[in-house]
Write a protein that binds this ligand. Structure first.
Ligand SMILES: NC(=O)C1=CN([C@@H]2O[C@H](COP(=O)(O)OP(=O)(O)OC[C@H]3O[C@@H](n4cnc5c(N)ncnc54)[C@H](OP(=O)(O)O)[C@@H]3O)[C@@H](O)[C@H]2O)C=CC1
Ligand SMILES: N[C@@H](CC(=O)OP(=O)(O)O)C(=O)O
Length: 344
């Protein structure tokens, strides 16, 4: 009999949490028992897993020594409090928040890039930032063949990055504006419908916001290149659940477009989408719901002899968050690092 596991989802009612629930079912993850956790607001609410209704529980009432795997997706402060407790009780925590990503003792993993880092875990594994995951999947096969010197990336990020409430807000704003009413803004600082603005995370004194510096620092850690030169500009756009990115890459030596396409076609987690005659390239509407990162519009940078440019769209909630976390959990199973505890 294959081993089965007691799995807890922290933040089960959120945008990422509900996707985790769907993915565990869809990918037939070997679940023995599923424990759903959210804020006190949601205790008693029922969610469905494989046709079975499961009640959301209070995190304070859970004994983590009964749990084998925790998929944490309830924000940084909840993870900071609960992930170390769960790990100390013997569970492995795959944490979606940014709380532990840059901790040198915590592996930061994109399974298509650095799956072997799973072997170094000490109870907590961090899931990278969504824009970072999507870019990493696309850049890694190119970097393996021709080392990257420098990256300049501009992002076009969906409302889903700010959670389920923000997705609802952008829909409500669109309806209000179409009725000639003033849009309500709560999740975001400004109206997002029919608008865009630089990413709404705090700025540092050099003019970079947190999201932009996550792309720099997390990519360096995942690629194992501590001095990789990378500059990002992150922008929130009125799209529901897929992020797009325009990426300019400078390699050590020139990389032909045909070779780059060959590498991208062969790489895991990528679907090349381009029809130049039809001016058809990756679109967030088509990326939504897909597991693969859609990559296309690969062209030579006319301004630099070692430059290449590409465009991508990827589902922020899926590969940008929940799918990457479930793939890390699958790696733990495959490498026999996840142990099923005997519960009295
Ligand atoms: N690349 C990545 O890995 C990504 C990571 N994330 C991370 O995942 C987190 C969740 O994102 P998302 O699903 O979009 O956000 P949502 O706002 O949609 O969901 C938040 C979830 O956390 C729960 N929660 C809030 N406060 C507490 C608490 N005090 N105790 C227990 N549960 C709590 C909420 O429960 P309730 O419904 O009861 O309020 C809800 O289930 C983010 O904060 C971020 O850290 C998000 C996107 C990408
Ligand atoms: N990157 C998300 C926000 C987020 O959840 O990021 P992180 O997981 O790094 O906290 C966005 O689009 O805004």
């Amino acid at each position: 009999m294959p081993e089965t596991y007691r799995v807890a989802i922290m933040g089960a009612t959120g945008a990422v949490g509900t996707e985790l629930l769907d993915l565990l079912a869809e990918r037939n993850f070997p679940v023995e028992e599923l424990v759903l956790l959210a804020s006190p607001r949601s205790v008693g609410r029922e969610l469905t897993f494989k046709g079975q209704s499961i009640k959301v529980q209070d995190i304070n009432q859970i004994d983590f020594s009964d749990i084998d795997l925790v998929l944490a997706s309830a924000g940084g402060s909840v993870s900071k409090e609960w992930a170390p407790k769960a790990a100390a009780a013997g569970a492995i925590v795959v944490d979606n928040s940014s709380a532990f990503r840059m901790d040198p003792t915590v592996p930061l993993i994109v399974p298509e890039v650095n799956p072997e880092a799973v072997l170094e875990h000490k109870g907590i594994i961090a899931n990278p930032n969504c824009t970072t995951i999507l870019m990493g999947v696309a850049l890694w096969p190119l970097h393996q063949y021709q080392p990257i010197e420098r990256v300049v990336v501009s992002t076009y990020q969906s409302a889903s990055g700010a959670g389920a409430r923000a997705m609802e807000e952008v829909k409500q704003q669109a309806q209000a504006i179409l009725r000639d009413e003033k849009p309500v803004t709560e999740a975001f600082p400004y109206p997002l419908a029919f608008n865009l603005f630089p990413h709404n995370s705090p700025l540092d004194d050099r003019g970079y916001c947190q999201e932009e510096m996550k792309m720099v620092n997390e990519t360096r850690k995942i690629f194992g290149v501590s001095d990789l030169r990378l500059s990002a500009t992150c922008v929130r756009v009125p799209v529901l659940r897929a992020h797009s990115e325009a990426i300019n890459i400078e390699f050590q030596q020139p990389l032909a477009v045909a070779k780059a396409l060959e590498l991208l076609h062969a790489a895991p987690g990528i679907k090349v989408v381009e029809d130049w005659d039809a001016n058809y390239f990756p679109m967030p509407m088509e990326a939504s719901g897909q597991d693969d990162v859609l990559v296309g519009r690969v062209r030579t940078d006319l301004s630099h002899k070692c430059g290449l440019e590409l465009w991508l769209s990827g589902d922020q909630i899926r590969k940008g968050a929940a799918l990457n976390a479930v793939q890390i959990a699958e790696l733990l199973v495959k490498k026999q690092l996840l142990k099923s505890k005997t519960v009295a």
